[in-house]
Design a protein. Structure first.
Length: 162
């Protein structure tokens, strides 16, 4: 596994050590099933909000529960390694839950970032992050870039050409 890939316990120690040395730790999470330029722009922007960026990545089992039995396309180890290989990413951690709430309770990052049309207060994890003294920030999400869209194009173009 890649040197930036951690389990929850090691990720928690990693976050604490960075915070102890005065660094601001930014956290975001997702499936990142097929990595695309929308993800890259989002992660680049998330990184600018602090000093270190850690990503919580949904396990294969949680992706199936969230997106159905045909997903993920890429297994969790591949998704972790691809994200860990990106320059703007400092650490990745796999999580099994359907929401990042249990992971946020453990890691307690300084800033929790989400992409999309959310009102921060409406996020289920908002009260957890505010509760330990963190901040929640919403980034714009680039329209037209999605793993689902890529999968649809592949099926449309190659679905019958076996």
């Amino acid at each position: 596994m890649h040197r930036k890939c951690f389990n929850v316990e090691t990720a928690t120690q990693w976050v604490r050590a960075r915070q102890a040395s005065g660094k601001q730790v930014v956290f975001t999470n997702g499936c990142f099933d097929l990595l695309h330029r929308g993800h890259l722009a989002y992660l680049e922007e998330a990184k600018t909000l602090g000093d270190m960026l850690i990503i919580g990545v949904n396990s294969d089992a949680s992706v199936r529960r969230l997106k159905g039995n045909k997903r993920p396309i890429m297994p969790q180890e591949d998704r972790l390694i691809m994200l860990a290989s990106l320059e703007m990413v400092d650490a990745v951690v796999l999580f099994e839950d359907d929401t990042p709430i249990p992971l946020l309770r453990e890691l307690r990052p300084d800033i929790h970032v989400k992409g999309g049309d959310y009102v921060p207060e409406s996020l289920p994890e908002y009260s957890v992050v505010i509760g330990y003294g963190g901040q929640v920030k919403i980034l714009s999400f680039i329209e037209g870039c999605s793993s689902s869209g890529i999968i649809s194009r592949i099926v449309e173009r190659y679905g019958h050409d076996h």
